[in-house]
Structure formats: structure tokens, C-alpha cells
Design a protein around this ligand. Sequence first.
Ligand code: PAF
Length: 275
Amino acid sequence: MQISTEVADLRKISAGKIAFVPTMGALHEGHATLIRQARQLCDQVVVSVFVNPLQFDDPYDLERYPRTPQVDIEIAQRAGATILWLPQSSEIYPSAVEQISAGAIGAIYEGVHRKGHFDGVLTVVKRLFDLVQPHWALFGEKDFQQLFLIQQMVRELGLGIEIIPVPTVRESDGLAISSRNVRLNEVDRQVALVISRALTNASQATNIADMRKALDETLASEVGFNRDYAAIIDESNFELASDRTFAKRALVAGWVNGVRLIDNMPMTGMAGDAR
Ligand code: PAF
């Protein structure tokens, strides 16, 4: 694996197709899964590590975002990355960079709680795509709204990049893997399990009313969990799902002892749902 801070190095290897895994570092098993899957697509896997200031509305959050360069190198290498690209801020954000707006869907759910977050995500992802010029880019379903907005941007701007969604990787107890999990102590972790329990309970219901009930009641059963939102949406447009929605997904976000967690799950329990 080559470690590079220069975009010029990417150009040298780009004779063939590239599979790209953009990250903000603090790599974990979720990222390793993306990289391994990228490696199945082709021999050139570029992993970027860039903590993007534009997607943080809170400077304190940006400051304490975990930075684990040595672990990142080990995980990327072991999972099969061929280039670990650590771009300089000046390379990503020269004097003029096209700003992308996430539009209406960028302002709901996560967008309500993190103002401008998705504009920042799309702006950096578009810039990274322009520099790397990948054939494929892989993103985890854990950040489902982010994935949706990136797919929408690629479609609307005609970028010609195939976005590969990768299902959420979970710990054996069901907790979705996230770089924030290290901030949970033993007790918090038990509380946090209510999220995956609520999603699983909802996914076993066979109509939308029962799904909502299972989601709400399970989340409410854990006093240590403070929800920001819990909803069942239509995956094709992010509107609230009905019984007739073909592909539904439950989204949950909230707080456990000062740590904000998000998770989601496809709702596959319904009779007639063709998944
Ligand atoms: O999901 C992330 O880690 C980031 O939002 C991304 C896509 C790398 C953009 O900074």
C-alpha cells in the first residue's frame, strides 16, 4: 500500500479502474468491510482520510473528532487498500471550490440537528470524486441519508460513478459499528442497544402502524436514551412510508449520555414487500 499526500500520485496509478472509499479516518471494521468489498471490484482501491471541516457545525465536535493515523494505516493495508491518500486541506479546498447544496432532503432528519452538514458532505465528496475520478465509490448504509444524497448528486450531476451501498456492520450484540462507540462506557453501551432492538422489533411487524408502535415503544422503554427522531421512510424519496411503500427503512437518532448515535434498518417484515 502506498501512502500519499499528493493527488498527482493518484493520477499515476489511474490507468485502470479505481474503487474509492472516502473516509474521515478513525477507521474501524465498518471501513474495513468497505475496503474489502472495493478490492473485490478491482485492483486499485483508493482510501482517502480527510476530516472535512465543512461538515461540522460545531467546532468542538470537529476538534474532538478521533484521529488515529497509525490504526488507519494498519486497517487500510490489512483490508486491501492500494493507496491511502491523506490530502492536504489546500488540495481539497483551493481558493474556489464548487459548493453543493443538499437541498430539501438535506434539511430533514440529520439536517435538522446538524445545520449545513450535508452541504459540507456533498461539497467534499464532489471534490474528492473530481480528484480521484473513480469508477466505483463505496459508502456504508449506516449513514443512510448521506448515502441517499450522494446517490442523488451523482445522478443529477451525471457524474458517471457507480455508488455501491454496503450494509451496516454490527457488533455481535447488534450495536452498529461507529467511531463514536468508544465514547460509550459499559452502562451506556447497554442503553445504546435499545436502538438496534427497536429497529429489529419494528422490522418484524407486518404493517406500518405496528412498525411505528414497536419502534416508539421499544425506544421509550429505555430512559437513558433521548431520541432526536425515529421514523419509517420510503427509501426512494425520504417521505414517510405508508403500507403501500415498496422499500421502507426505519431511521433512529438520539443521545446516550452525551454521545449522539444514529442507526437504521430496512423494514422487510411486511407481507407483499418484494425484497
Ligand atoms: O461518512 C464519512 O466518513 C464522511 O461523511 C465522508 C463521506 C468521508 C465525507 O467527508
